[in-house]
Design a protein around this ligand. Sequence first.
Ligand SMILES: [Zn+2]
Length: 249
Amino acid sequence: MKMTTFCNVCMREARFKNFEFISTDFNDEGVYKLICSRNHQSTIIIQDEKFEVLFDIGSLALLNGYTIQAVASIAASVERFHEFCIKVFLEHNGTDSSEVETAWKQLKNSSERQLGAFHVMYLNEFKKAPTIMKQNCVAFRNKVIHKGYIPTYSETKEYIKEMFYYIQSILQEVNPRYQISYVKLALERQQDLAEKFNIRYDSTISMNSQMICLAREPIDLKKDTFENRFELLNTVNTIQYRHQLQSDT
Ligand SMILES: [Zn+2]
């Protein structure tokens, strides 16, 4: 299972005439060194947040038949989404990032603590309780992750669909009000990565996520449904698979 992106140098030189997909393994940092068939070498930093990337990985896992891996990735995505919201709320309120990191050390190994922090902070920001995750989804996730239950394709797809609407329903509230804060945090992260990896001037920032993409949200959930997004990801996955076959021959 690989991430599909494209050569930015080809794009810059000839726009869509030379459009070429490149497949590469996912990594944790979101920094990718690419080389296309025209020998263009470039480095890209993925702008997407960890929860967006994990949601795509989980959905791709299901499309490729790996149901347990899909559930694990989607569950991780939801946890990172809670972290994302907490840090955005704190940034919005002017909390110094070094203080946030110090406090986060007490929460980072406990998803329950993070969920509690998210609920209280959301309550404080919006003066109402956040959307609650359905209890059957929590039970399903625990059965798969902790008891080794092997879910079917349709059970897994239903879980991903529920988690898609859980995240989207919260983003409908968070996105318009906190856009400046999360863009600021994203730019700081990208700057840190550019320094850490000593990335050259020709590096570009790229968006890749298909299922949940902050740059496109909030969406009209009546028109832009889970099924639409899943189908889009399936199309990208098929293109990537064909490209992989061509590269291997
Ligand atoms: Zn190229």
